[in-house]
Design a binder for this molecule. Structure first.
Ligand code: SAH
Length: 252
């Protein structure tokens, strides 16, 4: 059995209870060493074989899994944040399918939620934005043309941008070209929930300056939108005059 497990954004106690149990019982752990907190390996039982996938190819990762499977051992593949976001798990699962090997996925806390917590922010504020766009700039991995930063910026919604901390100059220009006002609030959250976390509040126009001044080029999220500002409407759900299935609203 193979379990793909979300390690959470950084702090070792942000793995799920289920994820920690799977780690404790694993005979083999393959962890994404570039971003997974090595402190999580304290859960590994004695004799557990541990591999750092930062130095491995897909073929090498799968070969460790197949080998463990042939010996009847259980494997945890530990991915940073939640495996469904830029986790490259699909290609692993497809090969396991070809070999008729069973696997499961245990979700994790994505760094986008670690960053929201670090900012004490809510992504979805009434009358500001009710949508969250999760995207990245094209790097060595291309982004489909129909998903340009400009096209998303036109919505003026909440935007969370992964894998782009080294490209803030171009990002800032494209966000403004797409339709965000230059003084739209923005933030850079570096290593959310790690001990050396940095939370930098800025604006779309000053994104690059902020990244440069703080020496940030990787392991950071860029967050953009009015949700980082001061204006919003109260929720309907908790409005004293609003009725719903669980509560009768006041009449006055
Ligand atoms: N699956 C992961 C994302 C992996 S892609 C998740 O759900 O969070 C790697 C990118 O995620 C990094 O380049 C960075 O943009 C972001 N990232 C991962 N961990 C982070 C953290 N603790 N703080 C800020 N950004 C982080």
């Amino acid at each position: 059995m193979i379990d793909f497990v979300g390690a959470g954004p950084g702090a070792a106690d942000l793995i799920t209870v289920r994820g920690a149990e799977l780690l404790k019982n694993a005979d083999v752990i393959i962890y994404a060493g570039s971003l997974v907190n090595p402190e999580l390996l304290k859960y590994a039982k004695e004799g557990c074989k541990i591999y750092n996938s930062a130095q491995m190819t897909l073929e090498e990762v799968v070969s460790v899994m197949l080998d463990a499977e042939a010996k009847g051992l259980s494997t945890v593949r530990l991915h940073t944040g939640d495996p469904a976001i830029y986790g490259a798990i699909r290609e692993q699962m497809d090969i396991l399918d070809e070999h008729n090997i069973k696997y499961d996925v245990c979700p994790g806390v994505s760094s986008m939620f670690g960053a929201a917590a670090a900012l004490r922010a809510e992504f979805t504020l009434p009358d500001v934005s009710q949508s969250v766009i999760v995207t990245r700039m094209a790097g060595r991995t291309p982004v489909p043309e129909s998903e340009s930063i400009e096209s998303f910026a036109a919505h003026n919604a909440t935007m969370v941008i992964f894998l782009s901390a080294g490209m803030t100059e171009e990002l800032s220009k494209r966000l403004i070209n797409g339709g965000y006002a230059p003084d739209t609030p923005a933030a850079i959250v570096y290593k959310a929930t790690w001990d050396d976390e940095k939370v930098l509040k800025t604006t779309v126009k000053d994104l690059h300056k902020t990244a440069e001044e703080n020496g940030i080029t990787k392991t950071a999220l860029i967050l953009v939108g009015g949700f980082l500002g001061d204006k919003y409407d109260r929720s309907k759900l908790y409005d004293p005059h609003f009725s719903h299935g669980f509560r009768e609203g006041k009449k006055d």
